[in-house]
Design a binder for this molecule. Structure first.
Ligand SMILES: [Zn+2]
Length: 241
């Protein structure tokens, strides 16, 4: 607002903010890719942000420049300042990308399911870990969960086992190596590998969400069957709050 004695800027910072939006009527599963940032259960793909790969090259170059300079020299200090700036720029781009994408995914779906991937477990395979980092998947997930709370949407991390091997139509295991890009099942289901995985992720997510309200009932059920279902879906469930 403008006043005679200058311009005042009002900041409104809400930490525990919530926003109300109409339900979208849709649920989605996301499969993290190497080539794609993710493929969703409807078959849509979101490209990997190229700036991260490019940024990595820039960082390596700046890093080399630092190590080439004489230790303690003025030039080394300068090179280090440049390296720091590049780091900052890339981490800002990464965050920007994660925030925008997560917000839009949450706004347009009532339930979002994704694999409970832990970076720690992925480090075994360095190439994959690097790509996961590049794609800033982890950061994206954090923002998904954040916006899930803001917009009162459900976010569910499901166990990542066999999501790409199972047939999303009939549930049969169709073994395939990483290089096989298409899921072809005897039941007639033929889908892009990641699309099939995303559908499995969504159905696992829906299965878990469906059990939330019946958990207590299941505990009193002595048949053990429904309890087993719950135990089988031993997930880190993040619903709303
Ligand atoms: Zn099938």
């Amino acid at each position: 607002m403008k006043r005679a004695d200058g311009v005042y800027v009002q900041f409104c910072v809400q930490v525990d903010r919530t926003e109300t939006i109409a339900p979208s009527g849709t649920a989605v599963g996301l499969d993290v890719g190497l080539k794609e940032f993710y493929t969703d259960s409807k078959g849509a793909r979101v490209e990997n942000p190229r700036f991260l790969r490019k940024g990595e090259r820039v960082l390596k170059r700046s890093q080399r420049r630092v190590s080439r300079k004489v230790k303690g020299s003025r030039n080394r200090r300068k090179a280090r300042v440049i390296l720091g700036k590049r780091h900052l720029k890339i981490s800002r781009q990464r965050k920007d990308h994660a925030v925008k994408l997560a917000r839009s995914v949450i706004r347009s779906n009532d339930l979002v399911a994704y694999e409970d991937l832990r970076i720690k477990n992925l480090v075994k395979n360095q190439g994959l870990a690097k790509s996961i980092n590049d794609a800033s998947w982890y950061q994206f997930r954090v923002w998904l969960e954040y916006f899930g709370k803001v917009f009162s949407k459900i976010t569910i991390a499901v166990p990542p086992h066999y999501t790409s091997q199972e047939c999303s139509s009939c549930g049969v295991m169709v073994k395939k190596s990483l290089s096989v890009r298409t899921h072809i099942c005897q039941c007639g289901c033929e889908l892009d590998r990641d699309h099939n995985a995303a559908r499995n992720i969504l159905s696992r997510g829906l299965g878990t969400a469906g059990h939330v309200g019946t958990f207590m009932l299941d505990m009193s059920n002595t048949s053990g069957e429904s309890t087993a279902t719950w135990a089988g879906a031993n997930l880190s469930l993040q619903v709303g709050s």
